[in-house]
Design a protein around this ligand. Structure first.
Ligand code: TXA
Ligand code: MG
Length: 320
């Protein structure tokens, strides 16, 4: 039986989580981006359990979450100068940095490669759990290629079968997955766009940030799971565009940010036209519409510009 602990947790509940993690069990924890499927970062068997539960291919690395930059030396072999500046500017927060890995980190966390992704999440309860237990490895708490959860009600029942405890921390405020940046060799390379933009990163380190958009065809070997073409997808087909105007009612939904009214569709969700507000609602809206058994979910094309880049990326993958 999976136990559900609601924020704020009492001491007994914190102890139960630490105990479960120590036993190599899986727990679902809130973060500011999306909910994570967490396990002991130093336990190879616990990491294997994450891969099984998510039905995720073994060639996809998992992010390690730590309480503060002070814990990084156990995880990574080298901390480049730019990483210190970026940690100072953005941690705790939605930035994952990829480093050369330490000996102590199991190969499975890094999908057999020699790098490891690390971040400090900005969510109080989860921070406290990491402080008490130590580093945890956590991918998003969804099945492989499906939509990430930003609320406990989004969690997949099949996934929950593998989980001992779920911590309900309310809505994930950022709402989409962290920015992933390689800092190996002190060279900044963006691997996955997120709400911390390339420009913001550049400004802190006073260096250009490379971004080569990689889209790996489904089924091929790939360096990062978030780079497969089909990812972050609801079960319902997603189309970027506006619904057709028809005389009869059609079984479609629409996510918009400009106020155009489509009377003959099942449900329209209006989102706020600011990147951060849009992001915090986006997966929630997709989950909501995905539960209505619609034929198609239309999503209004997003604006151009750097501050919408991460959302355009997620929308494109959801519609692949
Ligand atoms: O916001 C987030 O990052 C959430 C929360 C739970 O922290 N986690 C998350 O994990 O989205 P996941 O496993 O669903 O996505 C991990 C991403 C991959 O897309 C990949 O690009 C990158 O992190 N990644 C992790 N380790 C890496 C490594 N060693 N090298 C390159 N990319 C890595
Ligand atoms: Mg994921």
């Amino acid at each position: 039986m999976t136990r559900l602990f609601k924020h704020p947790l009492n001491d007994g509940q914190f102890d139960a989580i630490v105990e479960a993690l120590a036993q190599g069990e899986l727990v679902i924890l809130p973060t500011e981006t999306v909910y994570g499927l967490a396990a002991d970062a130093f336990s190879d068997t616990a990491i294997q359990a994450i891969f099984r539960a998510k039905q995720r291919p073994a060639n996809n690395p998992i992010i390690v979450h730590i309480a503060s930059i002070e814990d990084i030396n156990d995880i990574v072999a080298d901390v480049p100068e730019i990483a210190l500046k970026l940690a100072e500017a953005f941690w705790p927060g939605p930035l994952t940095m990829v480093f050369e890995k330490s000996e102590a980190i199991p190969a499975a966390v890094c999908a057999g490669g020699n790098t490891v992704g690390v971040r400090v999440p900005n969510q109080q309860t989860t921070q406290k759990i990491i402080e008490k237990f130590g580093p945890i490895a956590a991918p998003s708490a969804n099945l492989y290629t499906e939509l990430s959860p930003t609320e406990v009600k989004h969690l997949n029942a099949e996934l929950l079968n593998s989980v001992t405890i779920v911590v309900d921390g309310g809505d994930a405020l950022v709402g989409i997955e962290s920015t992933v940046l390689s800092v190996v060799d002190n060279k900044p390379v963006l691997l996955r766009p997120g709400m911390i933009s390339r420009q913001e990163i550049s400004a802190v380190i006073d260096m250009p940030v490379t971004y080569k958009k990689i889209v790996v065809p489904d089924g091929k070997a790939h360096p990062s799971p978030g780079l497969t073409k089909k990812h972050y997808s609801p079960k319902t087909r997603v189309v970027i565009g506006t619904p057709p105007r028809t005389p009869e009612r059609i079984n479609v939904g629409y996510i918009s940010y400009t106020k155009s009214i489509f009377a003959n569709i099942i449900q329209q969700v209006h989102q706020v036209e600011s990147p951060s507000a849009y992001a915090s609602q986006f997966y929630g809206s997709l989950h909501l519409l995905d539960n209505l058994e619609l034929d198609v979910i239309y999503v209004e094309p997003l604006p151009n510009g750097e501050d919408w880049q991460a959302l355009r990326d997620r929308l494109e993958r959801a519609s692949s």
